[in-house]
Design a protein around this ligand. Structure first.
Ligand code: KG4
Ligand code: ZN
Length: 337
């Protein structure tokens, strides 16, 4: 099965070719960061238009990069949700049109399943079962993964996602969009102990998260104050420590609840170095292991979509009612393989 994967759920236009035997053949990404920067966040209509503009050339380029001709493609996969509805519709329409023209099956796949299984693109993939911490701009959840498509949500955020908290706090600190990586960079020069922020819901006996109060705590600590660069770095570090502590604490609870000893961290915030290091240490203490995708496959990418698409298309799953685009789509409603 040679699958072309298309990801357009938010502000990255990404494509990839995944071969069921040979693995990932090629992947390309166009980031819209420059387009949205002046607005301080993603403008949905501009995102959709830019996906339309960039997708055809990217598809041609990825075929060239993978040394594949269109005739060799045996399936097309695209992100059907969750995400920005207009942006999703671009990927869904282009993928479905190409599949129609090439007379091959097409399937809309779940963006978070793409993230969840992204560590399987690496040389030493995790075996089932495992617990996955999915931390992105729109989602924060802990999932017990029994097999592909068998997902039990152990806990999720009741308000902001972890990435959203990074982005909003970065804004408070005057950092440019996208805030998460900028805040993490600033935190590197922070001094420990000057600020301390709450660890929201850490003591609650469940696997749920809440991050909106943390962002408010940063707002209260910094408002009406003239912060120099060092102050801002100290705040950034204290914020990052609070998020990492909270995520790590809830992961331990989820591992305890499920009995698993393998933990996967995926999604944009999974690119955070402090988080990876901390989870790695916790897993060694437990005698377990942490798995994560390479940094470029933590944030949105086409490889994870081509990969999930190839698995599901090979199992005979296809779109039967035309292109699908869903702004919301519960992960635990997916069909098992
Ligand atoms: O998975 P992703 O690329 O897109 C969504 O599906 O949402 O995640 C993007 C999120 C953004 O909130 C971004 O600020 C955050 O991931 N992020 C980070 C880092 N890199 C990306 N947050 C903290 N530290 C990072 N190094
Ligand atoms: Zn994502």
């Amino acid at each position: 099965m040679l699958t072309l994967g298309i990801e357009t759920s938010c502000d990255e236009t990404a494509v990839a070719l995944y071969d069921s035997e040979a693995g990932l053949l090629a992947h390309l990404l166009h980031s819209q960061v420059d387009l949205h920067r002046e607005f301080g966040g993603v403008v949905p209509e501009l995102a959709s238009r830019d996906h339309i503009r960039k997708l055809p050339q990217l598809i041609q380029d990825v075929l060239e990069r993978g040394e594949v001709s269109a005739k060799e493609i045996t399936g097309v996969a695209y992100t059907a949700g969750p995400g920005l509805i207009g942006a999703l519709m671009v990927g869904a329409s282009v993928a479905s049109s190409l599949a129609f023209a090439w007379r091959v099956p097409v399937l809309g796949v779940h963006h978070m399943e793409g993230h969840l299984l992204a560590p399987m693109l690496e040389a030493d993939p995790p075996e089932f079962p495992f617990v996955a911490l999915l931390v992105s701009g729109g989602h924060t959840m802990l999932v017990a993964v029994e097999a592909i498509g068998r997902y039990k949500i152990l806990g999720e955020t009741v308000d902001d996602a972890a990435g959203e908290a990074f982005d909003k706090t970065a804004k408070l600190l005057g950092l440019p969009y996208p805030g998460g990586p900028a805040l993490a960079k600033l935190a590197e020069s922070g001094c420990e102990g000057r600020y301390r922020f709450p660890r929201p819901m850490l003591q609650k006996p469940n696997c749920d998260f809440s991050f909106s109060g943390l962002k408010t705590a940063v707002f209260v600590a910094t408002r009406d104050r003239d912060l120099d660069r060092q102050d801002r770095a100290d705040v950034a570090l204290a914020f990052e420590q609070a998020v990492v502590d909270t995520l790590a604490g809830k992961c331990l609870r989820a591992l305890d609840e499920s009995g698993a000893r393998r933990l996967v961290v995926a999604g944009g915030v999974g690119a955070n170095k402090r988080l990876r290091e901390r989870l790695g240490t916790e897993m060694s203490k437990l005698g377990g292991r942490l798995f994560y995708p390479r940094i470029e496959f933590c944030t949105d990418n086409g490889a994870m979509i081509a990969h999930v698409g190839a698995l599901r298309l090979a199992a005979g799953q296809v779109d039967v009612d035309g292109p699908v685009a869903r702004a919301r789509w519960p992960l635990d409603s997916l069909e098992p393989l």
